[in-house]
Design a protein around this ligand. Structure first.
Ligand code: ADP
Length: 190
């Protein structure tokens, strides 16, 4: 199985690019943000726990997302691999992922990191707020907190994955098709 990590700041276009990637390479798309939003919509205990944190722009506990991911790894068939979107988001999650995969002698295939400048993060999220109506996109202080959380907790993963030689950076500035072309050129190598 292939295990791709789709990485990048909030608003980098991960969700948009993910749909084309999973189709072309027969992958299962695992977005922890989407999984958490369905738990909230279904009113599960996990959803209730996650709701306030997400609405504040903070991260939910590592164990919660790790459990969701491992359950999906075990319960998914008929694909050539997984596209992890929004996970891992902390060094602890990255270590937990390595440990999960090591159980079956597997490892992360590649990190596909979509990079955009900070100023563009604000622009893209403001635009998405008018289309998707996500509560955590609507309030500027929540968006600020997500960007801060990204820089503090998630960006250190760049160094973590560079050390393993699995880190690949894509320029996320351009049209959807241009960015998609850059991603496909990269993924064709694995
Ligand atoms: P975006 O990429 O726009 O920030 P996501 O849909 O990936 O949005 O995530 C939305 C929210 O869900 C995050 O701000 C966070 O509260 C929570 N979340 C998603 N993935 C994780 C994760 N791996 N660890 C902790 N919290 C997460």
């Amino acid at each position: 199985m292939k295990y791709y990590i789709l990485f990048g700041p909030p608003g980098a276009g991960k969700g948009t690019q993910a749909s084309a990637m999973v189709q072309k390479y027969n992958l299962c798309h695992l977005s922890t943000g989407e999984l958490l939003r369905s738990e909230i919509a279904a009113g599960t205990p996990l959803g209730l726990q996650a709701k306030a944190l997400i609405e504040a722009g903070s991260l939910v506990p590592d164990e919660v997302v790790e459990g969701m991911i491992e359950a999906k790894f075990q319960g998914t068939e008929g694909v050539d691999g997984f596209l992890l979107d929004g996970f891992p988001r902390t060094i602890a999650q990255a270590e937990a992922l390595d440990a999960m995969l090591a159980k079956t002698g597997e490892a992360v295939t590649a990190v596909v990191s979509i990079m955009i400048p900070d100023a563009m993060i604000h622009e893209r999220i403001a635009h998405r707020a008018t289309i998707e109506g996500r509560a955590d996109d609507a309030r500027p202080e929540v968006v600020e907190n997500r960007i801060r959380t990204y820089h503090d907790k998630t960006e250190p993963l760049v160094g973590f994955y560079k050390e393993t030689g699995r880190y690949n950076e894509i320029d996320g500035v351009g049209t959807i098709a241009e960015v998609q072309g850059r991603i496909f050129d990269l993924m064709d190598r694995f």
